[in-house]
Design a protein around this ligand. Structure first.
Ligand SMILES: CC(C)(COP(=O)(O)OP(=O)(O)OC[C@H]1O[C@@H](n2cnc3c(N)ncnc32)[C@H](O)[C@@H]1OP(=O)(O)O)[C@@H](O)C(=O)NCCC(=O)NCCS
Length: 147
């Protein structure tokens, strides 16, 4: 079940820190997550299975665009369409919003994530040399289509 997190408290922030840490082995401090969600700088979506968060998507608002902070699914829950469902929630939110584009960075070697993004119409627009300690980042963009 997907839940949008627009308001936070320490308990929820801790859960978000824990899932991010479990997937990426680094995470924002829970105090930062709590503060930035409540200040409307960050927004998260979580996917729960039996009350446990097994996947998340975090975004940041920067001026007139959205930056994806991270998307991750715990290993044993991968390849079930969960990331796609989370991204579709973001797409619905984006399409109804006044934000004009979504940007993200992804490791050059991360073909699973790159497939996820390109299937949703994201295009590779640039590269950041050594953005990660030992690897370049590809920058992907999705612009709003106005009817
Ligand atoms: C990338 C990640 C979020 C995908 O999550 P997932 O729930 O397994 O993905 P889904 O089942 O929703 O698959 C969605 C699409 O992603 C792509 N994809 C997912 N896993 C893939 C894999 N192992 N190889 C190639 N493409 C893959 C496919 O295009 C897939 O669509 P399709 O099934 O219609 O072909 C997950 O592998 C993950 O958490 N990885 C570690 C964290 C990470 O790298 N996050 C992204 C960088 S911020």
């Amino acid at each position: 079940m997907i839940e949008m997190i627009s308001k936070c408290d320490e308990k929820v922030a801790k859960q978000l820190q824990e899932i991010e840490d479990e997937i990426f082995t680094t995470a924002w401090p829970s105090e930062t997550i709590n503060q930035k969600i409540n200040n409307k700088e960050f927004k998260y979506w979580t996917f729960k299975e039996d009350e446990k968060i097994v996947a998340y998507l975090g975004i940041q608002f920067i001026n007139d665009f959205i930056e994806i902070l991270g998307i991750g699914v715990i290993e044993e829950f991968r390849n079930r369409g969960i990331a796609k469902q989370l991204m579709n929630e973001l797409m619905d939110y984006f399409n109804k919003s006044t934000y004009i584009k979504i940007l993200l960075e992804v490791r050059e070697s991360n073909s699973a994530a790159k497939n996820l993004y390109t299937n949703l119409g994201f295009i590779k627009v640039s590269k950041r040399k050594n953005y990660y300690k030992n690897e370049d980042a590809d920058i992907y963009l999705k612009e709003k289509i106005y009817a």
